[in-house]
Design a protein around this ligand. Sequence first.
Ligand SMILES: Nc1ncnc2c1ncn2[C@@H]1O[C@H](COP(=O)(O)OP(=O)(O)OP(=O)(O)O)[C@@H](O)[C@H]1O
Length: 298
Amino acid sequence: MSPESARPSERRATAGEPLAVSAYGLGVTRGRTQLLSDISFGVPRGTIVGLLGPSGCGKTTLLRCVMGIQGGTTGHVQVLCHSAGAKALRTRVGYVTQAPSVYADLTVLENLQYFSAALGLRGWRRENAVVRVIKEVDLAEYADRPVKRLSGGQYSRVSLAVALLGTPDLLVMDEPTVGLDPLVRRELWSVFRRLAEGGTTLMVSSHVMDEADRCDRLLLMREGQLLASCNRAELLAHTGSGSVEEAFARLVPRKESACGPARRGRGAALGEAGSSPLLGEALPEPLSLSFFPEEPCS
Ligand SMILES: Nc1ncnc2c1ncn2[C@@H]1O[C@H](COP(=O)(O)OP(=O)(O)OP(=O)(O)O)[C@@H](O)[C@H]1O
């Protein structure tokens, strides 16, 4: 895998192209706790969007909303022109959860055959899908090895291979690189970039801010709220920062965005400045840049 292939393209969506994911006024309440508040953003197709924020800020909850499996939600989430969780999305959206979702006692091949059968693939379609995903994640030489005898990075690639079986248009990944060493992380990001170049849209969560360098666009979160929705260059320019980590720190205490008011309207992050559900402190207006005219889904 070439390191060059892992470079973000800063790709921008073509005007008029429907977004892969759009969220408007998304909120999540569990019991008396508000986990997400008034989150709005758009994900252009064929891009890698990094969902970044500290542990516990709500990344998993937000990704579960995109998958349509989160309870207690308000607002709207559209995925590939369907409501999140719609039956039509089953083979079009892949989900890599934080917890391992493959069988440790089975080999790579057996896992892939099992999950492709569960997807309804039969005969040559199943065989083709298995061969394709093994190639996509570079696991051919480990195909006959039980998953429990793989390294952390190889294990993550098996989960990714399972998510790719249905040829998803959107891949949602919850901290896929957590706990992996820098070289393995780099390899995985090369796989993500290759997938994006092939047209797949990727939403990848991480609490490691330097992973932002690998993404086309960023969603920065804190305390259940969206701080920013823009690309890395815009974020750095508008906060006058040298790194995403510094930009994040600068955004948190601000009451107003230095780049002017966040845009409002379709496709913009619409969150209101207000009270943090978890800390009770005021959070700033979200920084919301470079939004695209969205073609309505027909
Ligand atoms: N069912 C629930 N009821 C109440 N609170 C919950 C529930 N599920 C999660 N939470 C809380 O919601 C907050 C957001 O959790 P979430 O798992 O989405 O965060 P995260 O950013 O993905 O964290 P991490 O990076 O550690 O995985 C946390 O404070 C968590 O304790």
